[in-house]
Write a protein that binds this ligand. Structure first.
Ligand code: FMN
Length: 355
């Protein structure tokens, strides 16, 4: 099955660059695809035209397959006015105290309309499309299949893996609790969806028959092999690629990665209104007490955007969302092609040592 699935994806190596909104770039995606893996572009924050432009740019840089990823969201969002007012007041006070010369504002839209992003993705027609935050509708899945796109759904629990498999996707991407970035959990409370990859992988492999992508804390070739032994078809690595020069993670964020202590990687709701794994910093500590009163994603994400932009420009890593998985300090600041080569060498060595 593994090689059949790799053939289906059109890739040579069992390695997928995880989609990373806010960090993946066409150059990073293309570098991984050119090196024999599957590059994925996190397009969840992108306006439809930017998604199309980025897909065109990826195609200029590689003739290999790549994936585009979207957050499955409703087209319109609930506006909890008291929560919005509270968040704006809290953020404005913080920015003033921290000497940042910006304040919150109300955006035209809280986030791009999902149905427009979905239409753009269909137009871009990547070899693979992956989705997180919720299930697609049967009609959306049919449309992707009609276009010949391989579809991957993200699951954080066995029930979610089953739900995607029953819908009829080609593969399920398992997001272990170790994983950096937003939690994909959609059938459960966030804390219920915090299953470690070593438990989730064999459980899901027993429950569903579709190929499994494994993500969460995989930072080297040994861990790729370990995931395979537990039932993964391919490993999906995100944090491992954050420090690459091709990643658009802010300079302060890249600088912090090697020093990240495992106990400081935590689940944070205060940046975006949705739980996400990242580095506990000054902002996270200051907002912890208010977190439950902030509006949900994507409203909170839009409200914190001015702060995150200004803080990144000022080199204030202590105030930006530094998403990363639990093993972040193992990330290596090398060009993506060299990193893929290193990971595959380690993977082969680990296989040989077992043989
Ligand atoms: C900076 C960052 C952004 C992410 N953005 C997305 C995204 O847009 N879509 C998605 O499905 N997953 C996203 N994720 C989660 C990854 O796809 C994947 O689950 C995770 O990176 C795997 O764990 P690791 O970071 O320990 O390798 C993101 C992760 C990070 C670190």
């Amino acid at each position: 099955m593994p090689s059949l699935f790799l053939d289906r994806l059109g890739i040579r190596q069992p390695l997928v660059l995880a989609p990373m909104s806010g960090a993946s770039t066409p150059a990073l995606v293309a570098a991984v695809s050119n090196a024999g893996g599957l590059g994925s572009h996190g397009a969840g924050y992108l306006a439809p035209q930017t998604l199309l432009d980025d897909a065109a740019r990826i195609r200029e840089l590689t003739d290999q397959p790549f994936a585009l990823n979207l957050f499955v969201l409703p087209d319109e969002f609930h506006e909890d006015q008291p929560a919005i007012d509270f968040a704006r007041a809290t953020l404005d006070t913080l920015m003033e105290r921290e000497g940042l010369a910006v304040r919150t504002s109300l955006p035209e839209r809280w986030a791009p309309r999902f149905s427009d992003q979905f239409a753009a993705l269909c137009e871009a027609r990547p070899a693979v499309a992956s989705f997180t935050f919720n299930l697609l509708t049967p009609a959306q899945l049919r449309e992707l299949k009609r276009l010949g796109i391989t579809v991957v759904g993200t699951a954080t629990t066995v029930a979610e893996a089953r739900a995607w498999a029953e819908l009829g996707v080609d593969a399920v991407s398992l997001q272990g609790a170790e994983a950096g970035g937003h939690r994909g959990t959609f059938l459960h409370e966030p804390e219920e969806g915090m299953i470690g990859l070593f438990a989730l992988l064999p459980l899901a492999a027993r429950a569903v028959e579709v190929p499994l992508l494994a993500g969460g804390g995989i930072m080297d070739g040994r861990a790729m092999l370990a995931a395979e032994l537990l039932g993964a078809t391919v490993s999906q690595l995100g944090t491992a690629f954050l420090a690459c020069p091709e990643s658009s993670a802010a300079a302060a964020w890249k600088q912090d990665l090697p020093t990240v202590d495992d106990t400081r990687v935590t689940t944070i709701r205060s940046f975006s209104g949705r739980p996400a794994r990242g580095l506990r910093n000054r902002y996270v500590d200051a907002m912890r007490a208010h977190e439950s009163r902030f509006p949900a994603y994507p409203v909170m994400n839009a409200l914190t955007a001015p702060l995150r932009r200004a803080a990144a420009a000022a080199g204030r890593g202590d105030l930006i969302s530094e998403w990363c998985g639990q093993a972040a300090s193992m990330s290596r600041a090398m060009p993506a092609a060299a990193l893929v080569e290193t990971l595959l060498k380690e993977y082969a060595q680990a296989r040989d040592s077992l043989a």
